[in-house]
Design a protein around this ligand. Sequence first.
Ligand code: AMP
Length: 594
Amino acid sequence: MTYPIVSKQTASDSIQPNLRNYEAVRDSFQWQQASDALNVSAATGHLNIASIALDRHQLTATKDQVALRFLSKEPHSEPEEITYSALWERANRFASALTSLGLQTGDRVFCLSGRTPDLYMAALGTLKAGCVFSPLFSAFGPEPIQARMDIGNATAIVTTARLYRKKLASWVSQSPSLRYILLLDAPDTLDSPDNTQLEIVFLQPLLAHSSPQFETVATRPEDMALLHFTSGTTGKPKGAIHVHQAVLAHYMTAAFALDLHPRDIYWCTADPGWVTGTSYGIIAPLCHGVTLIIDEAEFEAERWYRILQDQHVTVWYTAPTAIRMLMKYGPELARQHDLSSLRFLASVGEPLNSEAVVWGLETLGLPFHDNWWQTETGGIMIANYASMDIKPGSMGRPMPGIEAAIAERSEAGEMRMITDPNETGELVLKAGWPSMFRGYLHEDARYQKAFVDDWYFTGDLARKDEDGYFWFIGRADDVIKSSGHLIGPFEVESVLMEHPAVAEAGVIGIPNEVGGEVVKAFVGLKPGYEADEKLSQDILGLARKRLGPAVAPKSIAFRDNLPKTRSGKIMRRLLKARELGLPEGDTSTLEESR
Ligand code: AMP
């Protein structure tokens, strides 16, 4: 079903959208405007994300404003408020602590923690110290964590004793680069790693003795600031490098696509382990001087509505999976709450179905504004704006300062622009925006392969309609999007293959009403093993233990043979077509029997 256009939001009396005339701003916009708005002087040659997000506010009345309002998962607890100046002081102490431990500019500080204020302190303190911040998702199992920390040459990891025991203790002694495990809490007992290079540090006493004053390290705009991992179809996870200059895009895109105004009460529900949780969960909102809501608990419909109501949230940035879960509870639950503070709703991470846009309008009184971006782009690239009509189901139009197009490339690597409206091709972006990734760590060839001349190929298929709106079609590769998380099939298959019974494995995403896709594994067994429920549970159990529940397959199907190319590569595309009863497409390279 196609839905009619949702007319642009009418501005509330006091608040005009930041982006009032899309066409006019697009035509004239230069990234220099972001530098000017943030008083970034090219003359000094210095730029540090933390200076923009925190230090700057210490000279204005924003310092006394609440930066973080933390909602603990403990029942009946009161919200904890942390002002911009208190957060600044905590980040200073953290930066002082890192320096006292001998960490230097460019060292990689990983963070494995739930959503708590400590995470913000660690992120900002790491940046202040000139180190590189790399967040990990706490629902990852030991395997994905080790892979990312090894690729990233981790020097330190900030975590809790519980997560250390569960996800790190079994392997950290073998880490070639890790020197510190910085524990946010103090456990009763903890076994020390049997590696004398590696030290466990209890942060509480260290921070108490660290200086609350710290002069932010004068990094340069092109210095590495953030390392975000993303999944590819083959090989190991990719470490996307982002630089301090990215802050210009974080700031500007949040002004345009999230319509952030100072003093907004803003809730970004993304987990800090993913790029959204950093770019728009930490950096962009602090740059704008808003109050951030941090909820430690997991999704629960009633709790979420209560948060929107009781915290007077004005701008809400969430994801399609969450919206679909709320939709399942029906409009009644929403209507039992006073949601009149809400001013702007946005969504990212997966295709936002038209029904969800319209549901927002009917149930919450506001439409969801879908926007599109990915780890590599570092910030929002295509969006629906407050001042623009929404075509439900569309990702919107390119951000001012961003050139997006549809193209295809030949086997020989030549690019052809697709200019006919509505023709499907790969979504491409003209290189050069401030938050563009600057490389995949240690994998320059993989990075170069993503570009033809100065166009970046995103790996997503899309079309552009006659009005310049972009529509998502699907991934151009086999990467799976489950509950907003990108999952590389290769990473999952590699763990399945470690089970003694598994001879071969192919992993695909199966469409799912709530989560977008769920991971399904197809497995061929070694001779002598019986395909039964017990074995299936055993293999799934191994996958959950090693990969964590967010990444592990939800189900397994046993097959005598998996479809393969003549060169022996499992054809996931064909597994998927057969599973879903879709056309098999080109099977000329198929070599089915072994
Ligand atoms: P990640 O790098 O984990 O943030 O995932 C990025 C990928 O998520 C994109 O390349 C898309 O495949 C998908 N994605 C993100 N936002 C949207 C959206 N608004 N509509 C459809 N797919 C999206």
